[in-house]
Design a binder for this molecule. Structure first.
Ligand code: AMP
Ligand code: MG
Length: 427
């Protein structure tokens, strides 16, 4: 069945048909590239004890000074042997000369034909070139019986096999998440040099906004964008400066934007970006000396997103509709922020999903549509259904979505079974 794709709500400011200015839209990819070009990564660094570096952005590559692992060690609980001792045919009987556990130094001089009891992680004595799993031997008094000739190197983790000295274990620009912290610790560094925290100032605009917990008067709504941004900006590499909520009053907006720009590397606001009487932000931004680099993007939702520079500070003006604010933030604003903070890889990990619907639409803007995974087809492809066509204000369907399905700008039809790019939403 075809989903109707007309926009039934003429008050939805994200609708092309009600756009007064009709100025040319710039393609989403071009907008993102222009925005990213403004983000010159932070160069100031700080050196932190490892335990406090979690989640920060690595300023320099981390190089292993010693081999990883540092010495030949046993991958199993078993017996270290020398293959040269396995002449002739089985069975072979070997006396056990010593026992070495993890953390104990290896002893090296053993008579020919001797096995050494080793536990996982134990240093393998020099000259021993295989470890036989304990399950594969028979213990006879103080010796073992072996029925199969071991292979060279069997169950030995060689010094440097993971990384040689001088090898780069982490590149600069890597966020010190779970695996990176493990890697950093494994090469023995007690300190990490990271970029200083990036300072992000946020404010919400809208006379209608009240804070959650406050009672609503007529015509008022609760401010959700502020909490969306605060949640997304709660990161160890960010210092968040919250300027709260500002009424649609040009003077106050101007003062807030100017002050925010003096304290932050990036200022992010929501609302007031469009062409209505109370949409003051583009004008206010320019009146205090802002230079607009990106405006009017061919995307849905989020056409009125704006990016520019106010002195050294990047300004990202997001539309007020909550889904538009979220999508433009995630796909443009956050990418600019990550690059400025020093992240090297800011690409989104998308996957393919299968359309579980037919749809026709007006081409021109690429669409990022909240979508839910509703099942799997016979080959294991995830099948998605989209949220309703007029979705830019629908927070409940955004909250329920599993991800954003991408409908490319030029695509006028999607048929059931088509593969679509899909950006999973984890938070
Ligand atoms: P604007 O972009 O300011 O014209 O706002 C577009 C729509 O989003 C209006 O319906 C606003 O009431 C709503 N809106 C703006 N800011 C917020 C916010 N912070 N939280 C929730 N809704 C908002
Ligand atoms: Mg507004």
């Amino acid at each position: 069945m075809m989903q109707p794709e007309r926009n039934p709500d003429p008050r939805n400011c994200d609708c092309d048909a009600h756009d007064a200015t009709r100025a040319k839209l710039i393609p989403f990819d071009a907008a993102l590239l222009k925005g990213l070009a403004l983000a010159i990564p932070i160069s100031e660094t700080e050196t932190l004890a490892l335990a406090t570096a979690t989640g920060r952005v690595l300023a320099r590559p981390v190089v292993a000074r010693t081999p990883l692992p540092p010495f030949d060690n046993s991958a199993m609980d078993g017996y270290a042997v020398r293959i040269a001792d396995f002449d002739g045919s089985p069975p072979w009987h070997l006396p056990v000369g010593a026992r070495i556990a993890a953390g104990e130094p290896a002893v090296d001089d053993f008579a020919p034909g001797t096995a050494v009891r080793v536990l996982t992680g134990a240093q393998v004595p020099s000259g021993f070139d295989a470890v036989i799993m304990q399950e594969k031997v028979e213990c006879r008094g103080t010796g073992i019986t072996v029925l199969r000739r071991p292979a060279s190197g069997e169950n030995i983790r060689r010094a440097g096999e993971d990384l040689e000295p001088g090898g780069i274990i982490l590149k600069a620009g890597r966020c010190l998440g779970t695996r990176a912290m493990a890697a950093l610790a494994a090469v023995g560094d007690g300190m990490a040099t990271v970029n200083r925290k990036i300072r992000v100032a946020i404010f919400s605009t809208g006379t209608e906004l009240r804070e959650p917990g406050e009672p609503l008067g007529p015509g008022q709504i609760w401010n959700s964008n502020r909490f969306m941004l605060m949640a997304d900006l709660t990161e160890p590499w960010i210092e968040l400066i919250d300027f709260g909520t500002v009424k649609d009053d040009a003077r106050t907006l101007k003062a807030t934007l100017a002050e925010a720009a003096t304290v932050a590397d990036i200022v992010v606001s929501t609302g007031g970006m469009s062409v209505g009487d109370e949409d003051h932000m583009p004008r206010v931004f320019q009146e205090i000396g802002g230079r607009i680099d990106v405006m009017r993007v061919a995307m849905k939702p989020g056409k009125p997103v704006m990016v520019g520079m106010l002195g050294e500070t990047i300004y990202v003006g997001l539309p007020g509709n909550p889904v538009s604010a979220f999508v433009t933030w995630m796909l443009i604003g956050r990418k600019i922020l990550e690059k400025k903070a020093g992240f090297v890889d800011t690409t989104n990990m998308t996957s393919k999903v299968m359309a579980g619907f037919d749809l026709s639409r007006r081409p021109g803007r690429c669409e990022f549509r909240p979508a839910r995974v509703v099942g799997l087809d016979a080959s294991g492809n995830r099948i998605v259904l989209l949220s309703e066509p007029s979705f830019s204000a629908r927070i409940a369907s955004l909250a329920a979505a599993d991800g954003l399905a991408l409908l490319p700008a030029e695509k006028a039809r999607v048929s059931r079974g088509d593969l679509l790019e899909f950006l999973p939403l984890l938070n």
